[in-house]
Design a protein around this ligand. Structure first.
Ligand code: FPP
Length: 224
């Protein structure tokens, strides 16, 4: 059975779900947040140590301002309401991406990271204003500036995922088969599961089925 330490998720399909059932993309994001909460609980039950969630990409700034504001308000109220509970569950929050949001959201994110820094049960990496190409360019620039050798160990050290094992599983919901500039370096040997369901419809059982399939995959890492 394959060990499982880290699951990464591209939570795609909120907008389509919202339009289909509530005539509003934003309504889909609201229900999508409920799925986030369900999957966090299941990740703890499965004793998985790291969960990385793609919540907002560097490309998502192209969306209408109304939708962007809605998403950030949702995140703000989630942090305000849930941070104590997450902390009590021994969950560590880490942001990957560049924190250049409103002062209020930046502070909420920094405080969430500070408060939960020592927690050990589960680390949630929230990818916010994250883009993998930008992350790699920044890492290489820093290596250059510090006159470090360009090799795999040093690149890993200068990525925002420094110290986090690469994901064994990537799930993308929403019936779209692409990586959308997410963890391009870190996914080199990850098992990828493309799921037809839209994120708000994704359930704990769907998650458990994927884990079950993953556990028995023969992983070669280039060997035979
Ligand atoms: C992709 O669906 C989803 C997002 C860009 C936002 C993800 C946000 C959530 C799941 C809720 C908030 C999360 C947190 C952690 C507060 P899409 O809008 O691209 O869907 P579409 O492909 O149907 O348009």
């Amino acid at each position: 059975m394959n060990p499982l330490n880290h699951v990464a998720i591209i939570m795609d399909g909120n907008g389509r779900w919202g339009l289909k059932y509530k005539n509003s993309r934003n309504a889909g994001h609201k229900v999508g947040l409920k799925t986030v909460e369900k999957i966090i609980k299941e990740t703890i039950r499965q004793k998985i140590n790291f969960l990385t969630l793609y919540a907002f990409s560097t490309e998502n700034w192209k969306r209408p301002k109304k939708e962007i504001n809605y998403l950030f308000n949702l995140l703000e109220s989630f942090l305000i309401k849930r941070i104590d509970q997450l902390h009590a569950q021994n969950i560590k929050i880490k942001i990957i991406g560049i924190k250049n949001f409103s002062k209020k959201l930046n502070n909420l994110l920094i405080n969430a990271e500070k408060k939960t820094f020592k927690n050990k049960t589960l680390q949630i990496n929230l990818a916010l204003n994250y883009g993998s190409k930008k992350e790699l360019i920044n890492a290489i620039k820093k290596l250059n500036k510090n006159k470090k050798k360009i090799n795999e160990i040093n690149i890993n050290k200068y990525l925002q995922t420094n110290g986090i094992p690469d994901p064994e599983i990537l799930i993308r919901t929403g019936n779209t088969n692409r990586l959308s500039n997410f963890l391009l370096w870190q996914l080199a040997y990850t098992e990828i599961f493309f799921e037809k369901k839209l994120w708000p419809d994704f359930t704990e059982d769907d998650f458990k089925k994927i884990i079950k399939k993953f556990k028995i995959i023969k992983r070669n890492f280039g060997n035979i």
